[in-house]
Every structure is written in C-alpha cells, then in structure tokens.
Design a protein around this ligand. Structure first.
Ligand code: MN
Ligand code: MN
Length: 306
C-alpha cells in the first residue's frame, strides 16, 4: 500500500461538519455506484462496462439510476431511531426500526440480517446468540449513525453504541472487531486525521491483533464475509489518494461491490470531506436520499453538542 506524503489543500481545510456529511453521502454514493456491479467478477465488469465509474442503476436488483440498497437503507433506519431517542442508541428502538425497515420490503436484505430480525420478532430479544460462523459485513455497512451520535462522547460510548446496533443481527468476534476498527477510523478522520495517521493508529494494530485480515494478494471478487470485504476496502483506501478513484477501485473488484463501496465511501468521505465528492455522482444520487443523508448527519453530530 502506498501512502500519500501530503493531502490536497481542500482536504486539510474540511470542517468536522463537512467530513460527517461527506461520510454519509460517501456511504450512499458507494452503495449506488457499486450496486450496478454487485455479484459480478472483475472480468465480467470489464466486458460489460470497461471501467465502471458512473451511477447508472441496473445490476441484478434492476435499480433506477441513483437508487440505494440495504446498506444505506439500514443506516438511515438506525439514524432515525437514534434521533427519536434523543441521541441514544437504544437497542429496542433500533431493533424496531430495523424490523419496520424489513416490513417495508426493501430492495435487498442480507441473510444474517433477516435471520436476526426474525429472531427479534419471535423472542423480543435485541441480541442474537454468539455465532462463530456469522461474520457477514452487515453490521459494518450500517454503523455510521452510531459513530456520528457519539462523536463528542468517549470511546466507550462509541464502542457500546456500535455493538448495540450490531448485535441485533450480527454477534461475531470478527464482525465486531472489523466494525470497531472502521468506526474508530471514521471518528478519527472526522476529527481531521489523514490516511497515514489512520493507517498507523488503527489499521496496523488491528492487523496485528487480527492477522486474518492481512491480504496476501490483490483482493478481487470480495464476498460478504467481513474479512474479504475489509481487505478490499483497505487496499482501495490506502492505494488511492482521492475519493473518486478509491470508490472506482473498490467497486470494480466486483463481488459484494455495493457494500465495499458503501464502507469505503464512508471512510473516504470522512477523510477527504464534502468538496472531494464528485459533482456528477451527487447529481445522479436519488435527491431524497441525498437530502436525508445530509440532514441526518448534521442532526446526529449536533445532538450532543447542544
Ligand atoms: Mn446492498
Ligand atoms: Mn451488498
């Protein structure tokens, strides 16, 4: 991985608000961009799109241009539940919000998410049992509102908020570790830390503690297994030095491309700030989603400051 010596000027000047909004819009942009090529191989993407770099919809879900999927949809549901509780990540409220989201027949839903929400419906419990095999990426893709709501609180509050939302559907050590690493990266990036600092401060200790995440080759066709997902996200994040090329890199690897796009977009948005988001992608994104992401980001970071 090659790290930049210095960051572009616009990135250095970005405010906390700009980085928080860009993290949320980055999540939605990565989801909308990647969904077109979800479950395709890199060779299939090349044959169909050349380099896939426009938000055009389609894909196996037959999306409208600019439409988002479960990654952004679950984040928005989580954020609304947090705001309705005055900024608290309250497990019952979040579980009910996820369940209402599922009842509204979303365009896609992961297997582990569905199973976890059915468990909640049947038992009323807001934590699924520990499962050594359920290391999907679903708790990571939707975690952003928990990070934003605890931005002014301490790291224990961040950790508790993230794990509360995760364990409603995903309760697995690798999923937890990956989510907390991503959450701390986004928190530090919103605080103004650059890529080399995130790498040294979060990624190096994470890889030392969890060597399964160390990639031995270029990660292509990443699955929904959180290890594959994060390997692809980290390679794209640290091999590129702006928002757009980072997202183009990660989604053209195919596989679970909307989710690698969403996670890379959330981190890269926080790193590079709102001015770095491509205007042609923002224009293509569903305007209702764009407005909801922006408003929610501002409300979530404001709630503790008030
Ligand atoms: Mn999705
Ligand atoms: Mn996906």
């Amino acid at each position: 991985m090659s790290l930049p010596d210095s960051m572009p000027d616009a990135t250095l000047g970005a405010t906390r608000e700009s980085r928080a909004v860009a993290a949320y819009l980055g999540l939605a942009l990565g989801d909308a961009l990647g969904a077109t090529v979800e479950f395709m191989t890199p060779a299939e993407i090349r044959a169909t799109h050349g380099v896939h770099q426009k938000i055009v919809g389609g894909g196996w879900l037959r999306l409208k241009a600019g439409q988002i999927t479960d990654d952004t949809g679950m984040a928005l549901a989580l954020g609304e539940a947090i705001l309705a509780e005055g900024g608290r990540v309250q497990a019952q409220a979040v579980a009910h919000a996820f369940d209402a989201w599922m009842r509204a027949k979303p365009v896609d839903i992961g297997h582990t998410v569905r199973r976890g929400l059915l468990h909640f419906r049947l038992t009323g419990q807001t934590q699924v049992p520990l499962d050594e095999h359920a290391a999907g990426n679903g708790a990571v893709m939707r975690v952003l509102p928990a990070i934003l709501a605890t931005l002014s609180a301490d790291e224990d509050a961040l950790r508790h908020a993230c794990l509360t939302q995760a364990h409603i559907t995903h309760h697995n050590p690798l999923s937890d570790a990956a989510m907390l690493c991503v959450a701390r990266m986004v928190r530090r990036a919103i605080g103004g830390e650059d890529l080399p600092s995130l790498y040294a401060g979060e990624v190096v200790p994470f890889l030392q503690a969890h060597p399964v995440f160390v990639a031995r080759k270029r990660e292509e066709n990443p699955s929904g297994y959180v290890v594959d997902t994060l390997r692809a996200v980290f390679q794209a994040l640290f091999d590129n030095h702006d928002f757009e090329t980072t997202l183009v890199d990660v989604v053209n690897r195919g596989g679970d491309a909307d989710t690698t796009g969403a996670i890379a977009g959330m981190i890269a948005g926080a790193v590079y700030g709102e001015a770095a988001l491509p205007a042609h992608w923002l224009r293509a994104l569903d305007p209702v989603v764009r407005e909801r992401c922006t408003a929610q980001a501002m409300a979530l970071i404001g709630i503790h400051a008030a």
